[in-house]
Design a protein around this ligand. Structure first.
Ligand code: ARG
Length: 321
């Protein structure tokens, strides 16, 4: 019989840093108790196994072993079930004191094709959201990491813990609030229609049954659905591609947020026209995984400080003229 060396209960509880897997602190005490019970039960099994082995499985020792093992196994099973339940709670949230997956990093997910909120320039990601999140990360003592991905992959990346926060000129919407939690708002935007200069489209009502280009998964696509059939909505990976399709005559109009719309129009002053004030205002906010109250609170505090001390306005002024 091979008996593995058993670390003492105290040593094992030191190795398992319960706080690492539970940032709420609410179930830390319970988990510590469970860990102790499990370790005691395991210690009992091993001790009895050693006794049984030493006695050459003498019947009295074996009887005692069976009885104790059953009792110990029951305790272990009960404790393990509770531990598993506690574990699920911990997994649904994230580790670390600030509520980020990695306690040293803040991983921001975005789609960096949305000027002036996020765009690639000189091999780096610039824009309002990049600067805002860099400042928030600094306040939280974390290193900012930016994960650039397809816009419609952001919600899944957030819920599976690949990213800690979505910062993407991201509009607060009840549908989205079902799967994530939003910070306080930091910007008010609205969808804008982009058409070619000679277009007959002059208001949102003229979009009826037209072919509309949008960025897939955005609020622009939801607005388009109010005017035209689903089959007439052409989704693109980013706004720039939708604008290219407009210039090529593949779509009749593009619906996109006002700031990127302006930047596309500025780049194409001879061909594009903007039709503004056709859709309701939208609030941009940062999104964290549903239930990540720790990170949400930290972000809201940092955001409030930046709004109060003028550093937020400075970022807006830097990117939006
Ligand atoms: N505000 C719109 C939305 O939330 C569009 C955001 C697009 N953002 C981006 N980084 N591509 O759906």
């Amino acid at each position: 019989m091979h008996i593995y060396p058993l670390t003492s209960t105290r040593e094992v509880s030191k190795v398992v840093d319960v706080k690492q897997v539970n940032r709420t602190g609410q179930t830390v005490k319970a988990m510590e108790d469970i860990m102790k019970k499990v370790l005691k039960a395991v210690a009992a099994i091993v001790t009895l196994a050693m006794m049984a082995g030493a006695a050459g499985c003498a019947s009295s020792a074996k009887d005692a072993f069976d009885k104790e093992t059953t009792a110990a196994a029951e305790t272990t099973a009960a404790a393990a079930t509770t531990a598993a339940a506690a574990d699920t709670t911990a997994a649904a949230t994230t580790a670390g004191d600030v509520g980020t997956k990695d306690p040293t990093k803040l991983v921001m997910g975005t789609n960096a094709a949305f000027p002036p909120f996020e765009y690639v320039e000189g091999g780096a990601i610039s824009g309002v959201d990049a600067d805002l999140m860099a400042a928030i990360a600094a306040k939280l003592g974390l290193t900012l990491e930016i994960s650039d991905m397809e816009f419609d992959s952001l919600p899944t990346a957030l819920s599976n813990g690949q990213i800690d926060v979505i910062a993407a000129g991201y509009t607060v919407k009840p549908d989205r609030e079902e799967t994530m939690d939003f910070s306080d708002s930091y910007y008010t935007a609205a969808q804008t229609i982009i058409v070619l200069k000679d277009s007959k489209i002059a208001t949102a009502d003229d979009l009826k049954d037209k072919v509309i280009g949008v960025q897939t998964g955005t609020t622009g696509s939801w607005n388009a659905a109010d005017y035209t059939a689903e089959t007439n909505i052409k989704g693109f990976a980013n706004g720039m591609l939708a604008v290219e399709a407009l210039k090529n005559g593949q779509v009749d109009a593009v619906i996109i947020d006002n700031n990127p719309a302006k930047s596309y129009a500025d780049e194409n002053p001879d061909t594009l026209v903007l039709i503004e004030n056709q859709f309701p205002a939208e609030d941009y906010a940062l999104a964290v995984a549903k239930g990540n109250a720790v990170l949400l609170e930290k972000i809201n505090t940092a955001l409030a400080e930046m709004k109060a001390d003028g550093s937020f306005d400075a970022i807006i002024a830097k990117y939006i003229k």
